[in-house]
Design a protein around this ligand. Structure first.
Ligand SMILES: [Zn+2]
Length: 204
């Protein structure tokens, strides 16, 4: 049985991811849409029902933690889920060309990129190479958290997820308009490494 998502609402899309995550948390993943018929059905087309823009961390494997398969989710990942032009282009493509109704901004506890940014802000020492670029893009979130008296990395991650969602909606006219028209929801989600649970922390 091959299910291709058509005209699914943002709420239905999130429900599907939430159900998959619930199965993953309880060790009852059903590994849907990962067989040869599904692969064959998708050769000429794709209709993913969500886009997941998350941290590159190896423990945050998008299809596994939401228990989905081939053709289900469009995935964009950078360390610390930082936005650059290529990320914006990828997300706009998913909304504009693939008509995806849901964008998930996915951060996680104990994030190395956010920890590195907190260290850089505290010591005043920037990392070398292009890692500096990551840190610079996470710094506003860390500064806001500190201004609010928050000093633990996991609360900073939550702040960073919320700010990333806000920046996305502000920066991209395509996505901002889709949100305005109710065609797309942008959910900020945090993931806990220990129990595997994904929780919504913000919504546009
Ligand atoms: Zn991370």
């Amino acid at each position: 049985m091959v299910a291709v998502s058509v005209d699914i609402t943002p709420q239905q899309a999130w429900q599907r991811l939430a159900d998959g995550n619930e199965r993953f948390v309880h060790g009852t993943s059903s590994h849907p849409n990962q067989d040869a018929p599904r692969r064959a059905a998708l050769v000429d087309t794709q209709h993913p029902f969500a886009v997941i823009f998350g941290c590159s961390d190896s423990r945050l494997a998008a299809e596994i933690i939401f228990d989905v398969g081939l053709g289900d989710v469009f995935v964009v990942r950078t360390a610390g889920q930082v936005i650059d032009d290529a990320v914006l282009g990828s997300l706009e493509y998913s909304v504009d060309q693939l008509s995806v109704p849901l964008i998930i901004i996915l951060g996680h506890d104990n994030c190395g990129a956010v920890t590195a940014t907190r260290d850089a802000v505290e010591t005043g020492t920037m990392p070398a190479g292009f890692v500096r670029d990551l840190v610079e893009r996470i710094t506003p979130s860390v500064l806001t958290a500190r201004r609010n008296g928050v000093d633990d990395v996991n609360s900073m991650v939550e702040e960073h997820v919320q700010q990333t969602a806000g920046r996305l909606v502000e920066s991209s006219r395509v996505i901002g308009k889709a949100v305005e028209q109710g065609r797309v929801d942008v959910l900020g989600v945090t993931y806990r490494l220990a129990d595997g649970r994904a929780e919504v922390v913000s919504k546009f």
